[in-house]
Structure formats: C-alpha cells, structure tokens
Design a protein around this ligand. Structure first.
Ligand code: RB5
Length: 167
C-alpha cells in the first residue's frame, strides 16, 4: 500500500500534547512510519520554533509530510508556511483535509486541540493520509503559488529585483 511508505513527522506545543499522543499511537498502530520530533524537549517550547523545525525537515525531504498541533492550529499553519516549498493548512473537517492534499498539494496539516476532539481528529487524519494531489485543474493554481512564493522570497535578494512574475 503506497500510503504505508510515507514518512510522517508529528509535533505540538504544550496546548496539544494529549492530541499528539492520541494521533501518534493511532498512526503507529496502523504501521504508518511516524516520528514524534518532540522539539520542546531539546529545543524551544514555543509553537513558532516547533512548527518551523518540523517544516524545515519536510523542506529538506527528511519527511514527506507533517502533522502540527497547537491550541487552534492557526499559529502552526502560519509558521510552517514561512518555509519555502512547504505548504500547510488548518483542517477541522474531513472534506478540507482531503482537499488540502487533492487540490492544494500541501504537505502539512495543522489542527487545534482546543477546537476539535480526538475522534474527529483521527477521521481527519485518515482522510488526509489517504489523499494525494490530483493535478489536473489544480496544477496551474499550485504552480502559480510557487511562482508568487519565489517572488516573495527572492525579489529582495539583489539582482534586478524582478523574478519575472507579474502580479
Ligand atoms: C498557546 O501558545 C496557543 O497560542 C497556541 O497553542 C496556538 O493556538 C497558536 O496558534
């Protein structure tokens, strides 16, 4: 089964340690390759640092996908999207989790432990794990995000200041 080969990292701040354990055990029990980075133990306990740390490891292709949990899912999503080539979205329903993969090709899902309960979180993760990017009509839109991202990240780095992307 293709999904079993996915290397998934998970982490959370202190607002979501309980949900992290529930989802870690849930995925581990299914034989899915899941790693708890537990950055708060050796690094910072702040959600921006925890989220950035995981997103960088996805960027470096150490992991295919990531799950980031905090109180609302919002802060983790914001910081993960600061890493070039890494895309994250908050999902508190099954449909969004499926579309996050199928339409947006985002590698990272974020959720808030103060927003949803563990049983719904498991269903959301199931939908996300078993969905892949569909391409088709979504491809030019995702490619456009990549262009705009490149402009945003690199236009201020010198040279002509023009990445060739017009907005
Ligand atoms: C607590 O630090 C809370 O702000 C955090 O868990 C998260 O909800 C931020 O978006």
């Amino acid at each position: 089964m293709e999904q079993m080969k996915l290397r998934i990292a998970i982490d959370s701040d202190d607002a979501a340690t309980g949900l992290k354990k529930v989802l870690f055990d849930y995925l581990k029990d299914q034989g899915i390759e899941i790693t708890d980075l537990n950055y708060a133990e050796t690094g910072s306990a702040l959600y921006p640092d925890i989220g950035y740390h995981l997103a960088k490891r996805v960027q470096e292709k150490e992991f295919d996908r990531g799950i980031l949990l905090c109180g609302t899912g919002l802060g983790m999503s914001i910081v993960a999207n600061k890493v070039e080539g890494v895309y994250a979205g908050v999902c508190h329903d099954v449909y969004s989790a499926e579309r996050l993969r199928k339409s947006n090709n985002a590698q990272i899902i974020t959720m808030g432990a103060r927003v949803i309960g563990p049983e719904l979180a498991k269903k959301i993760i199931d939908a996300w794990i078993h969905s892949e990017f569909e391409g088709k009509g979504s491809l030019p839109k995702v490619e456009r995000i990549h262009e705009l991202e490149s402009k945003s990240f690199h236009d201020s780095e010198g040279g002509t200041g023009d990445s060739g992307v017009s907005v």
